[in-house]
Design a protein around this ligand. Sequence first.
Ligand code: LLP
Length: 385
Amino acid sequence: MQFLRYINAFKRLETPFYFYDLDILDQTLRLYTKFLRKYGFKAHYAMKANANPRILEMIHRSGLGADCVSGNEVQLALDMGFDPDTIVYAGVGKSDREIRTALQGDIFCFNCESVPEIRVINDLASQMGKTARISLRLNPNIDAQTNKHITTGRSKDKFGISQWMLSEVLEVIAACGNIKLIGLHFHIGSQITDMKVFEKLCDKVNGFQRWFGQRDICLEHINLGGGIAVDYQDPLGNPFSPFETYFQTIDDKLEIRKGQKVHFEPGRALVAQCGFLISRVLYIKAGKGKQFAILDAGMNDMIRPALYGASHAICNITSVSEKQEVYDVVGPVCESADRFGVAVTMPETDRGDLVAICSAGAYGQVMSMRYNQRDLAQAYYSPDL
Ligand code: LLP
């Protein structure tokens, strides 16, 4: 990312705003789909990471499907032209209206998370004269070794169906005339940095497959969800996640049955590094033993640091000073959690300087809100600027 190319354009814009470098997105998608094709795997982009139309359009064009977690996401995917046959829909709490939207759209698959949900989908499908294709989202009881708020595969988490429930699930499905079981689904967490976690997931999936095999059930689709981490420390030096190592690990460890298709739901790893939250420094304020750089962007624009203690690289992109200083970089919102970074080293910073918060493309703008009645940040894209 060469900020220099865009500085003059940035200076003219009202801050804060999101800036998306579509070249980075393009390169990421090319790399991801290259390895996807190499292994013959399929992928559905996790729209929750960023649902901006420009981004969705490029992802759609790159040939990926959509992974949705609400009826509105399903509808948006359909409206954006994603083939219904590439749309999957997960979530522990699908409402009747949302289920009807997905049935109406004839999506590829519901990833089902409980027995009562399967029953409701069956009833609604029967009322609409449809058959719902479902995968069972299984809870493999694995700790993904990531932030506790984004860990989803332990038995104490609300997600998925546990092993001990499986016999009942099969009985219920057998009695459901409008349900077709086509696969197994897993998603154990996000920002997973340790490949061993994915190896462990494959071991568990192999165990589940044996359990189904003993009952003469071979499912055509195995969906391993998302979770590949990005480098938040050095996003400019290391903008691409280790896609090849990831797919190689899965290919080595997963016992793929004949004719079986392996699916993924990448979110963060595709879009995090193409996005930047650009903000102006309002004030430099002296504190006790420290100084604060107060930005015009706040936790309402990007909540990850406040909510997860997430750390994003922060760069002063306009200072020409050679002197380095240390700042707590904070926002204007009336909460002490409104803080983007503690003890951040930057060139000497003044009122009016522009600051970029990096790796903001995933779970950034999409999680923004109007707390304190603040305006929502706009989005700009290269190469438009
Ligand atoms: N599939 C399912 C069913 C998911 O729930 C998620 C993310 C993904 C795929 C995509 O995972 P990814 O590849 O992005 O790791 N707001 C949090 C992240 C929440 C992730 C929720 N589920 C954050 O800012 O870190």
